[in-house]
Design a protein around this ligand. Structure first.
Ligand SMILES: [Zn+2]
Length: 470
């Protein structure tokens, strides 16, 4: 088989002895393929190298001053092109440099099929972008399919997301619609010391704002971004109690009611009360020489922080021989446990320790309170919980009592604005997943765009489960 060049359109031809031919649309306007060599890439993959020349357009060599420019020099250029099955390809040709005999200005020959900023053809650029837009493959997989470097794939993906979600590449797009409830939350960035904040539409789960930092300024910037008129539609904002965010919202938009959702309240309770009480108790048991009991308290963090109903379910699963996954983002890395008996262990822990029993009671009462849809009733339940905390005299529970007291209004507002934690937890899960796939570091801007994008896609937990088994 030999290659011939068509004068008509510059496309590649494969000609056989019987004069039948296969035309491959190469979309490389002006490129003449004169020879094709077979080479091997560093990765070991075969590269079809299309060698040839690029015709010069007369208007391309006209100088700004109007004179016709000379060809000054030429350097060979290689551009990566589309794959042929598993093989890679590239085009190789001399790239002319023009110089004006009059004013001395120089310029490079224009290559219509070169992707700006990359040593690849527009065709390969578009193909890579299409693969990325499918949202099926990770960047690493796209790099393997196209034979491009990881950084090139990332740059193409970042550009794609910028075009979709930013205005002129920098500022994030305005919200697509108004919302009644916003959610704001901070999260740790890659090194664990820096923080970032996201603001989401609690109705759709879409991220509307995502930036570095966790100061009030984040809120001011968001309000400036969407405008006060847009903020008029917002009735409530769900946030953590340990942040300045609600103050910032109240300063600029006094009509907005902060709501402290169940998710954040339980997080505070687990982190600041359950953990601390458990540590204190362990220390006390050690001091009293009750080593066995102290040891029993070790590794009980998960059990103590779970709901009784969750433990019961896990016990049932274990009995049925299923593998048990240690739950959500609240408890850190998922773990696989095959033993049952969670509830029994929980009960024996409670029997040994009255304070732990109180924690259990409070958690159950919080659950109950957060189910209420009448503010007055929720207020009563909240006061009841505060009384229980007070009665223990335990410093951690007194701290929690104060937390409830200081945020009373925002807690009972939950009865009016029923806020499910699903949206916030969904975002946390996406942060985790993206990080696992290596998107979290070092480009924050890209990471934020990926999250912005991920929040606009519906979350399919296990796509395989929809398939019919054969
Ligand atoms: Zn000139």
């Amino acid at each position: 088989m030999k290659y011939i060049h068509s004068e008509a359109n510059g496309q590649l031809f494969f000609e056989t002895e019987t004069n039948e031919y296969l035309q491959i649309p190469s979309y490389l306007n002006g490129f003449r393929n004169e020879e094709t060599t077979i080479e091997t890439a560093q990765s070991g993959r075969t590269v079809l190298c299309f060698r040839g020349s690029l015709s010069i357009e007369e208007e391309d060599r006209v100088c700004k001053c109007g004179r016709r420019m000379h060809i000054n020099a030429h350097q060979n250029i290689t551009l990566r092109h589309l794959c042929f099955g598993g093989n890679l390809s590239c085009v190789f040709f001399p790239h002319n440099q023009f110089k004006c005999p009059d004013c001395g200005a120089t310029k490079s020959q224009f290559i219509s099929f070169k992707a700006p900023g990359h040593r690849i053809t527009r065709e390969l650029y578009q193909y890579t972008r299409d693969l990325l837009a499918m949202e099926t493959y990770t960047n690493k997989q796209v790099a393997e399919i196209t034979g491009l470097g990881k950084n090139v794939v990332k740059a193409i993906d970042k550009k794609r997301l910028q075009e979709r979600y930013t205005m002129d590449g920098k500022e994030i797009i305005k919200p697509e619609k108004t919302t009644k409830i916003l959610g704001i939350d901070e999260f740790k960035l890659h090194n664990g010391r820096k923080y970032a904040t996201h603001i989401i539409d609690m109705e759709t789960g879409h991220i509307l704002w995502i930036v570095n930092g966790k100061k009030k300024q984040v809120v001011y910037d968001f309000i400036n971004h969407v405008g006060l008129e847009w903020m008029d539609s917002v009735e409530a904002v769900a946030c953590d109690m340990n942040s300045d965010f609600q103050e910032a919202f109240e300063e600029r938009c006094p009509h907005i009611q902060p709501v402290f959702d169940h998710f954040h309240l339980i997080k505070n309770f687990n982190d600041k009360v359950v953990s601390e009480v458990r540590k204190d108790e362990q220390r006390r048991l050690y001091d009293e020489g009750n080593i066995e009991a102290a040891k029993a308290l070790k590794k009980t963090r998960y059990i103590l922080m779970s709901k009784r109903s969750t433990l019961q379910k896990k016990d049932r699963d274990a009995e049925a021989g299923r593998i048990i996954h240690r739950g959500s983002t609240l408890f850190g890395t998922p773990d696989v446990i095959r033993k049952a008996g969670y509830e029994d262990k929980y009960d024996s822990l409670l029997k040994e320790n009255a304070l732990l029993f109180t924690l259990d009671l409070i958690k159950a009462k919080l659950d109950e309170a957060y189910k209420d849809t009448v503010e007055a009733r929720m207020a009563e339940k909240n006061i009841d919980i505060m009384d229980i905390c007070e009665a223990t005299g335990n410093p951690h529970l007194l701290w929690f009592r104060k937390l409830l007291d200081n945020h009373f209004e925002g807690i009972i507002a939950h009865a009016t604005f029923q806020i499910t934690s699903g949206k916030v937890e969904g975002i946390n899960q996406k942060i985790k997943t993206l990080r696992q796939h290596g998107y979290g570091y070092p480009d924050d801007e890209y990471f934020f765009l990926k999250l912005f994008d991920a929040s606009r896609r519906s979350y399919v937990r296990n796509p395989k489960s929809h398939r019919i088994c054969d």
